[in-house]
Design a protein around this ligand. Structure first.
Ligand code: SF4
Ligand code: SF4
Length: 181
């Protein structure tokens, strides 16, 4: 099959956010110190007990805590910013290069390239692969690729689809009930 190609003008004139469900505007990300001990891991689990919280781990081993909460300036129905192009839009949003979008690459997909995500269910599988020394220091953990493969089969929500779809936690719960029935 011949791959689809586009002209230079088509690439540069296209709105890179067209059809995107805008995960960028539905989360807050804060760097988190990578856990080194069993007590650090316990704190990760504690954080995950709060609904809407998950962790993301990058290929480089950086950790962030992610809170799913939607910006009050997002038009959720149309997935657009209500202050786009005005002085009210924060600079961090206005200057973001959506043509090379980290959020879309990692959240509007079943196969994120740069991260893996941990919710409580994924944490329970991941933590089984950890080993500690007699002082409780973390001495063994799966590498990025192994951790990604370990958690991938375990559903996580919200889950975004293109164009413009969002699968929420309650949708996954309903799907699980159908499987169990
Ligand atoms: S393409 Fe990126 S910046 Fe644009 S709406 Fe989607 S997630 Fe946000
Ligand atoms: S200000 Fe606009 S672009 Fe920035 S997070 Fe809110 S809705 Fe998204």
């Amino acid at each position: 099959m011949t791959p689809t190609t586009r002209t230079f003008a088509e690439v540069t004139e296209q709105n890179p956010c067209a059809g995107c469900p805008a995960p960028c505007c539905r989360m807050q990300l804060v760097p988190y110190p990578p856990p080194r001990t069993a007590f650090d891991i316990d704190h990760v689990r504690y954080m995950l007990l709060f609904p809407g919280t998950e962790f993301i781990i990058s290929t480089g081993g950086d950790w962030s805590v992610l809170s799913w909460r939607t910006c009050s300036l997002l038009d959720s129905e149309h997935c657009t910013c209500t202050v786009h192009g005005t002085v009210e839009q924060p600079r961090i949003c206005a200057s973001y290069n959506a043509h090379n979008c980290w959020y879309r690459r990692n959240f509007v997909t079943d196969t994120p390239q740069d991260i893996y995500r941990l919710n409580l269910e994924r944490f329970d599988a991941w933590v089984e692969a950890l080993r500690f020394d007699e002082h409780g220091a973390l001495v063994m953990a799966p590498c990025f690729e192994d951790a990604q493969a370990l958690v991938r089969p375990i559903p996580i929500a919200p889950h975004f689809t293109h164009p413009g779809g969002i699968v929420l936690e309650q949708d996954i719960r309903v799907a699980r009930q159908h499987v169990a029935a």
